[in-house]
Design a protein around this ligand. Structure first.
Ligand SMILES: [Zn+2]
Length: 411
């Protein structure tokens, strides 16, 4: 038996007016996923425990069997692990995004608005160039050194910053993707002394990045400049339970985003990198399928994570969200299942959205999400398509950590 987990990040949603009151999952054409739902077990699951911020960190940790109540120490530490960096006791890690703030130097920093959480979708080396410039700039470097802060750039807009011996007790940082259109002042770091240090760095970054040649070029091309950085996802060193020890299964994780790579490394799963996996709607779907099948040759389990639906929702791109769901169906789930059938392989597949991302406000939501568990040897004839409403008609799991035992038939 082979086991596959497919996560469509943020694809669950609430009914959308523009879709005639349907959710994107209901409106998108996804015949193959609907067929698996109709022949499998359809239910809903609370992936984000009450009291925790709804996001892929808490949700995906839960799905992989790590109870946030015991294991959650922030998002950035998970991404730190993805890069093979180990945090020392007392160090703090942050996500350091390239972002776009109101592109007008006459507006004071605090009054600027958050325009894009990704610097207008910076990819590959674009964001790296900006943060490397920044952390090497004498004025910024002096502040960063004083704060004990260094940066670990990653391809895309998602960099990691580590601050040596930093007190983050009480610190509140705003995830930029949840505050698009709001002012900087409403969302500045707060809650402890270190907040002022982070604010100072963010303000200086905006000052130095606005007229970086890269951004001048972006403007002339009609694109958003990556004119600022934003610290969020703070945390301290993380330790997660070992996947094989919990479930007795070997496995690998395929994803474009560092968060998933970090959870994989910390749970002892293999990370498989796929060329052209972007974390956007234009990702290399076919490459992910080939790598998944390859991973299963020598392992029991593979997880494929698609960030596209979430990213489109944060960008207010409803058409893109529908497309991402449709491609998840036709270019991932269908070819994966077909290939396994052709090989005569028995398999069980878990499909879900890690959390809702709402078209209405472009933010994450902690409501239960629908899941499918399909078994190639067992047609339940349940007959329902995959949607939020239909999920609620089935078995409701009160915690994400109940999913893997169901997939592996351990309960
Ligand atoms: Zn998201």
């Amino acid at each position: 038996m082979k086991y596959i987990l497919v996560i469509g990040d943020g694809m669950a949603d609430n009914p959308v007016n523009e879709l005639g009151g349907l959710t994107p999952l209901e409106a998108a054409k996804k015949p193959y996923i609907d067929m698996l739902a109709a022949q499998g077990i359809l239910g809903s699951v609370l992936t984000v425990p009450e009291g925790f911020p709804p996001g892929s960190d808490t949700a995906i940790m839960s799905i992989f069997g790590c109870d946030p109540h015991y294991c959650y120490s922030g998002r950035a530490p998970l991404e730190v692990a993805a890069q093979g960096i180990s945090l020392s006791l007392g160090d703090a890690a942050y996500r350091c995004n390239n972002v776009t703030l109101t592109d007008d130097e006459t507006v004071p920093f605090e009054n600027k608005k958050i325009v894009s959480h990704s610097g207008g979708g910076l990819c590959e080396k674009q964001g790296v160039e900006l943060v490397e410039y920044l952390f090497n700039h004498p004025e910024f470097k002096a502040l960063a050194d004083e704060a004990g802060m260094c940066v670990y750039p990653t391809d895309s807009y998602r960099h990691i910053a580590v601050q040596k011996q930093a007190d983050i007790k009480g610190l509140v940082l705003a995830p930029p993707h949840d505050h698009i259109g709001e002012t900087v002042a409403e969302n500045l770091p707060k809650g402890c002394e270190n907040a002022a240090v982070l604010t100072k760095l963010m303000k200086k970054a905006n000052e130095l990045l606005s007229n970086h040649p890269f951004n001048v070029r972006r403007r002339s091309e009609g694109k958003l400049p990556g004119n600022a950085i934003w610290f969020w996802a703070e945390g301290t060193a993380a330790k997660l339970p070992n996947f094989f020890e919990q479930y007795g299964k070997t496995g690998a994780v395929i994803s474009a985003v560092p968060l998933c790579h970090g959870i994989a490394k910390l749970t002892g799963l293999d990370v498989i990198m796929v060329e052209g996996a972007t974390g956007e709607v234009d990702t290399n779907y076919e490459g992910k399928v080939i790598s998944s099948l390859d991973a299963l040759k020598t392992r029991d389990f593979v997880a494929v994570h698609l960030e596209g639906p979430d990213e489109c929702t944060h960008c207010g791109d409803l058409k893109g969200k529908l497309q991402a769901i449709e491609w998840l169906d036709s270019r991932v789930v269908e070819p994966l299942c077909r290939a396994l059938r052709e090989k005569g392989e028995d398999f069980r597949m878990l499909i879900l959205s890690d959390h809702k991302t709402l078209t209405s406000n472009r933010q994450h939501d902690g409501d239960p999400v629908p899941y499918i568990i399909y078994d190639s040897n067992n047609n339940t004839q349940a007959g329902l398509s995959y949607s939020e409403a239909n999920g609620l008609k089935g078995r409701c799991l009160s915690a994400g950590i109940d999913l893997m035992p169901s997939l592996f038939e351990l309960n």
